[in-house]
Design a protein around this ligand. Structure first.
Ligand SMILES: Cc1cc2nc3c(=O)[nH]c(=O)nc-3n(C[C@H](O)[C@H](O)[C@H](O)COP(=O)(O)O)c2cc1C
Length: 479
């Protein structure tokens, strides 16, 4: 068969594919692979209805299609909750009108604060008509400030959503400024904040914005988006598009469903960080894992009421509150600690375990001899995920692994799921250009035995929250 390369396609088709790939945050090759896979799967007979039903609506889908926008568990948890929506002055403000509808569809009550700049893009009239009440726009509003209205706005909601979050609003929050109603409310609130940034790709990539983002994530702000794609105002392509209203509404529902008893009474094991495999007393084999994702999962599981054992390789991130932490160095120690932490209901293996270790561990520092460089012989480390997943007795109900890939992310994760015998794999692309290794955000593809869910890019805290919500629903479904 003759081979087909991207270069052979005509320019118009290439341009359309480039845009489509950017919109999905994929390489052009991966985008084409996805199109071909979907076309091939469409020709296959549909799965039997019983199999499709077993895993629930989201797991039942065989195709790599986006997950439906809502689940009964999320809806129930989010209904009747109060959202304070802060609309910033970006071109994506028009999408926040749809967001209000999406939130209200889920029976959430929406109160809105608009910045001055936001009112240059959309009118308080439209916002008020959709939200069912006038938006708040003025810090020094005589009517609402007689009872310190900005403090009430900060205190009342269950969740604060900022969409679009402008570069300016992010900078103000990171610095603690409070010179208008939106920033004063954001400084005064102790509620969870979900940020949906939207801006020009150059503004997003600017070091100042990235510094502010890192500060906000450290402060516990959750993130949804921004996505890669075409910018509304200029036809420019890059990262900076606001997440779609459905994704923002879903992220809000996920955060709201993280009640403190979603995993109450369950024992959860989480592994996190890299392993260090010694070569001699000063040298070791390691990898770039920071432990941020695993630690965020342990923290979210504890916040949801689980009894959590976190088995951590050497990391610089702080121990999460309310979690028993077992510190280890080598893969073999991590396996021993995981086995010692059993029995457990759920085990989440987020650590980046070294596949190999040095065959020898010299007691003395290896010296240069002036002759040949010493050869480094490697032996395979134990497979922690497969060992726990394939236990005959005492296997946790739910065994979840991670697949850090640099190519064929979903295909490799599917193969890993089958090979290791675990229940779910959270796959992510850790190519250096994604910034995921060591960074603060993550883009996950959840591979289960019956399908794939593509989660939007979000903070590692957001991924942790979404995972805990998924685990709670799955365990409830099995009981
Ligand atoms: C046409 C136009 C589009 C803009 N789009 C954005 C945007 O998408 N994101 C952003 O951060 N700023 C954008 N800005 C700049 C903000 O409006 C400006 O920084 C403003 O001060 C933000 O105020 P706020 O953060 O109080 O809403 C845009 C400005 C104009 C004139």
């Amino acid at each position: 068969m003759a081979s087909l390369t991207v270069r052979q396609l005509d320019e118009a088709l290439k341009a359309r594919l480039r845009l489509r790939a950017a919109r999905h945050g994929r390489s052009m090759e991966d985008e084409i692979r996805g199109i071909l896979r979907n076309a091939a799967e469409q020709d296959e007979p549909a799965p039997p209805p019983a199999a499709a039903k077993r895993g629930g609506a989201r797991e039942g889908s065989r195709r790599a299609s986006p997950a439906p926008d809502r689940t009964p568990a999320e809806d129930a948890a989010a209904a009747h909750k109060h959202i304070l929506l802060v609309i910033g002055g970006g071109i994506a403000a028009y999408k926040s009108l749809d967001l209000i509808r999406r939130l209200r569809e889920r029976d959430m009550a929406v109160r809105v604060v608009m910045t001055d700049a936001a009112q240059r893009f959309i009118t308080p009239l439209s916002v008020g008509a959709l939200a069912g009440e006038h938006p708040h726009v003025d810090l020094f509003d005589a009517k609402s400030e007689f009872d310190v209205g900005h403090i009430r706005l900060a205190r009342d909601p269950d969740l604060v959503v900022i969409a679009p979050a402008t570069a300016d609003l992010m900078a103000k929050m990171a610095c603690g400024l409070a010179d208008d109603l939106a920033s004063a409310v954001l400084l005064a609130t102790d509620k969870k904040i979900l940020l949906a940034p939207a801006m020009n790709p150059k503004m997003w990539a600017n070091k100042a914005t990235q510094r502010n983002l890192a500060q906000l994530v450290r402060d516990g702000v959750a993130l949804v988006g921004p996505n890669a794609g075409e910018m509304a105002e200029s036809g420019e392509v890059g990262v900076g598009r606001m997440a779609e209203p459905l994704d923002i509404a879903r992220a809000a529902a996920t955060l709201l469903s993280q009640s403190s008893d979603a995993l109450k009474g369950l024992r959860v094991i989480v592994t996190s960080g890299p392993t260090h495999e010694p070569i001699d007393p000063v040298r070791y084999i390691a990898n770039r894992s920071s432990g941020k994702q695993g630690h965020a999962i342990a923290e979210a599981a504890a916040a949801a009421g689980a009894v959590v054992t976190l088995i951590s390789g050497p990391v610089t991130v702080a121990d999460p509150p309310g979690v028993r932490v077992v510190k280890v160095e080598r893969a073999r120690d991590m396996l021993r600690a995981a086995e010692a932490a059993l029995p457990a209901d759920v085990a989440i293996f987020a650590a980046a375990v070294a596949d190999w270790r040095s065959a020898t561990n010299s007691r003395e520092k290896i010296k240069k001899s002036g002759k040949e460089a010493p050869a480094l012989a490697l032996v395979e480390n134990p497979d922690i995920l497969a060992t726990i997943a394939r236990r005959k007795s005492g296997r946790p109900q739910l065994v979840i692994g991670f697949a850090a890939e640099t190519e064929h992310v979903v295909e490799n994760a599917k193969a890993k799921l089958a090979r290791k015998g675990c229940d779910w794999i959270l796959a992510n692309d850790v190519s250096p250009e994604t910034g995921i290794m060591g960074g603060d955000s993550n883009t996950i593809h959840l591979v289960t035995r019956s399908g794939v869910e593509h989660w939007p890019p979000q903070s590692k805290g957001g991924v942790a929250a979404a995972l805990i919500e998924r685990i709670a629903a799955a365990i409830k479904g099995r009981q």
